[in-house]
Design a protein around this ligand. Structure first.
Ligand code: NDP
Ligand code: 2IT
Length: 461
């Protein structure tokens, strides 16, 4: 299963491969249905082979088997009443994966596809993303298989309150700090914060991030994941004597991450020619109007198909997955996991893509990533590219602890510093391990070592 692409394998290397194969086999046997989690674990293990070969202490401390097991998983019933007075039930989750370097930190996702496998893959990758930021935050993730689409504001509120009624027992500003993700934005965070405050009878501003400014939110958090994505890609481009100027760009999704990635890319001179939602994509070779996309998606909760009503030159295609056939210089998958498979990757490469960077979490399959790297496409992995969101969340926590509110400029400067630092860390680790072009390996190694070293310092807990 795990192997090294060379003829002679040393004893030490064989021992590491045997160890990894044994741990992975155990995972597969124990939870064979957790396909996304197994996929994320496999990608992680692959990247870590050279670290385990170089540093035998990790194997001596059985770090891999320990790190792959969440510290705690909470699964619970979320009962709520819809507008027609029906009693409804969803399943809620919080995976508290790793708290070695700080309290659990990670978003909450409301989407009908949510299951334990998706929660675990998101929680696992969050550990290394959070470590990469250099901030003191551990990894966690939560969510529910609740579908916010078509729900009234009252239904959303009742659901958020019910979800928090259970979650309140497990979170806190020094234990676990959730934030948003797919289907969870400022409105949902507000309802959850209100319920948390009521149940606690105390004002713990730092228990959730992504809050509105009036009650402890940070300037710049809404934009941070998208802006951070572009700051990271800017570093990749500069390192290769390229720039956003006149580059054509496409993003999948038209939610929080996609919209602010488009906004910053346009500011830096790029032309956005396509974006999508879960129903389809819009394409205009002359460039899309971000103003219209923002109105449709942020204000009206409309479908992206409605874009062509006011922009008849644009075209709408009712299969969102085909967006990867649009010719572009830069492709930013910003919707969901596994949206770029081998065929989509081939299509992007054939059409001349130069850069692919993951705004979403695990949007590319490992086959797609291998193709990008083999074909010298500049590839930015999620745990590095989209880390700006959680980094700004940690800045929000810092502001909450000090009871201060920083200016938008202060937050943005810090975000830029953090994204540049992440880029340097990834490239340095990739170079150290003699795979200078492979930021997947670089980011996993750089994120992993801090957590693993700390786990050793803290003992077998
Ligand atoms: P939003 O809910 O704001 O937007 C999600 C977008 O992706 C929407 O356009 C949605 O379309 C589309 N989408 C969602 N699920 C699917 C699906 N199964 N198939 C096709 N399209 C889909 O979420 P975010 O922008 O916050 O999150 C997007 C990605 O970025 C996720 O992978 C998330 O984990 C990741 N991320 C988010 C961060 C954040 O701070 N928000 C931070 C780091 C990563 P539709 O409107 O039709 O549902
Ligand atoms: O995937 C992610 O990094 C997020 N959804 C943001 C997490 C956070 O705590 O801000």
């Amino acid at each position: 299963m795990f192997s090294l692409n060379k003829k002679t394998i040393t004893k030490k290397e064989q021992a590491v491969l045997d160890y990894m194969n044994r741990i992975y086999k155990k995972l597969e046997e124990r939870d064979p249905h957790e396909t996304e989690f197994l996929q994320a674990a496999k990608m992680l293990f692959n990247s870590l082979i050279p670290v385990f070969v170089k540093n035998s202490t990790y194997m001596e401390h059985n770090i891999l088997e320990r790190i792959i097991e969440p510290e705690r998983i909470i699964m619970f019933r979320v009962p709520w009443v819809d507008d027609d007075n029906n009693m409804r039930v969803n399943r809620g989750y919080r995976v508290q994966f790793n708290s070695a370097i700080g309290p659990y930190k990670g978003g909450i996702r409301f989407h009908p596809s949510v299951n334990l496998s998706i929660m675990k893959f998101l929680g696992l990758t969050q550990i290394f993303k959070n470590s990469l930021t250099g901030q003191p935050i551990g990894g966690g993730k939560g969510g529910a298989d609740f579908d916010p689409k078509g729900k009234s504001d009252q239904e959303i509120m009742r659901f958020c309150q019910s979800y928090m009624t259970e979650l309140v027992n497990h979170i806190g500003p020094d234990t676990d700090i959730p934030a948003g993700d797919i289907g969870v934005g400022k409105r949902e965070i507000g309802y959850m914060f209100g319920q948390y405050k009521r149940l606690q009878g105390a004002y713990h501003a730092g228990v959730l991030t992504g809050k509105a400014l009036n009650y402890g939110g940070s300037r710049g958090r809404t934009e941070a994941t998208g802006y951070g994505t572009i700051y990271f890609v800017d570093e990749m481009l500069k390192d290769n004597n390229l720039s956003f100027k006149n580059a054509t760009l496409i993003t999948s999704g038209s939610g929080n991450v996609a919209i602010y990635a488009m906004e910053k890319a346009i500011k830096l001179g790029a032309k956005v020619v396509a974006c999508s939602d879960s129903s389809g994509y819009v394409y205009d070779p002359n460039g899309l109007s971000l103003q219209t996309i923002k109105r449709l998606k942020l204000t009206e909760s409309a479908r992206i198909s409605e874009y062509v009503n006011t922009h008849p030159h644009a075209e709408y295609f009712d299969d969102g997955s085909k967006i990867w056939s649009v010719p572009c210089d830069i492709a930013l998958p910003c919707a969901t996991q596994n949206e770029i498979d081998e065929d989509s990757a081939k299509s992007l490469i054939q059409n001349g893509v130069r850069v692919v960077a993951e705004g979403a979490n695990m949007p590319c399959t490992s086959e797609a990533i291998d193709l990008f790297i083999e074909n010298n496409i500049l590839f930015g992995p999620a745990q590095a590219v989209n880390a700006g969101g959680v980094a700004a969340s940690a800045l929000e926590m810092a502001q909450n602890s000090s009871r201060l509110a920083w200016s938008a400029e202060e937050v943005d400067v810090q975000l830029q510093v953090i994204m540049k630092r992440i880029y340097r860390r990834c490239t340095k680790a990739a170079q150290t391990y003699k795979q200078p072009k492979n930021l997947v390996v670089g980011s996993n190694i750089a994120g992993f070592t801090k957590v693993a070293d700390t786990m050793i310092d803290l003992g077998n807990i």
